[in-house]
Design a protein around this ligand. Structure first.
Ligand SMILES: Nc1ncnc2c1ncn2[C@@H]1O[C@H](COP(=O)(O)OP(=O)(O)OP(=O)(O)O)[C@@H](O)[C@H]1O
Length: 273
């Protein structure tokens, strides 16, 4: 009975020798297995995530997009498998995470500036180092609002901007974004999308983005990771190598339209399966 209700015993899963990803791989996922309430979400799942790229994760409702990035980021425990970052474990890797719900992401008792500086202080950086990094972030985000305010005094878009600044403050090797635009209005979505693209062009930070919006998923991505229904597998990895910066004009270019159409076809095929 316990074998039905719980994750399989690790002894049940044959241990395959570790296979590194192709050159340019940042994150290697091997044999990832995750059960919820006795049902497999991921079973022996392998994936290579490239370095210095933006990968958008797209797939049917409930296929495990958020769970996937949360397992990679160490927020959700895995039942079996291995996840390495450039061959290192998560604890030796600097990561940043941007949550969908920015209202709960920032500490309400801290001024916005202290929220953003928090990971730097936690890492034991000196006041000089913290001030220098904060000045860089403020310049790169072209911040027009008062960072001395408390988060609840800011608009939703300003709070999400602050959340992204906080995630980027320690110069993460990988930035995880779980539907970062879904609670924002259109104007703020465009603003934050452009900021993310700028940061990416300046730093090349590997980004893993969960999106519900196909246009947004393709627009920012170097690769769209299309997932199947559960038990979840890779349906296809679609490469989209339109040069950056991508702009409003990109949205009507043939390459963009073709990538969106192909993603939609795969998505519909998987939803109907
Ligand atoms: N803590 C949990 N306990 C039980 N089931 C869970 C838990 N977290 C997620 N699930 C289930 O795992 C599946 C994948 O959830 P997840 O949120 O990762 O999917 P998603 O693709 O991001 O979903 P959506 O498209 O709705 O945002 C869903 O069926 C969900 O109900």
């Amino acid at each position: 009975m316990s074998r039905v209700l719980n994750a399989p015993f690790s002894a049940d899963i044959p241990v395959a020798p570790f296979r590194p990803g192709p050159a340019g791989t940042h994150i290697t996922i091997r044999g990832l297995t995750k059960y919820f309430a006795g049902w497999p979400l991921y079973e022996n799942f392998d994936l290579d995530i490239p370095k210095h790229k933006i990968v958008s994760v797209f797939g049917p409702n409930g296929c495990g997009k958020s769970t996937l990035i949360n397992m990679i980021a160490g927020l959700v425990p895995i039942d079996a498998g291995e996840i390495l970052f450039d061959g290192k474990s998560l604890k030796d890797t600097r990561i940043g995470y941007v949550f969908q719900n920015y209202r709960e992401a920032l500490f309400p008792w801290m001024r916005t500036i202290d929220n953003i500086a928090y990971p730097l202080k936690l890492a034991g950086q000196s006041k000089l180092e913290v001030d220098r990094r904060m000045a860089e972030l403020v310049a790169s985000f072209d911040v027009k609002f008062d960072l001395n305010r408390f988060p609840y005094e800011l608009s939703g878009g300003q709070q999400q901007t602050a959340s992204i600044m906080r995630a980027l403050a320690p110069k993460p090797e990988v930035l995880f974004l779980d539907e970062p635009f879904s609670a924002l209005d259109f104007e703020m979505t465009l603003f934050i999308r452009e900021k993310l693209q700028e940061v990416f062009m300046q730093t090349g930070t590997t980004m893993l983005l969960v999106s519900h919006d196909l246009e947004e998923a393709v627009y920012l991505a170097d690769e769209v990771l299309l997932l199947t229904k559960r038990p979840t597998k890779v349906a296809e990895i679609l490469r989209y190598d339109e040069p950056r910066p991508r702009t409003v004009e990109t949205l009507t270019e043939p390459g963009f339209i073709a990538a969106k159409k192909r993603s939609l076809e795969i998505f519909q095929r998987e939803v109907r399966r």
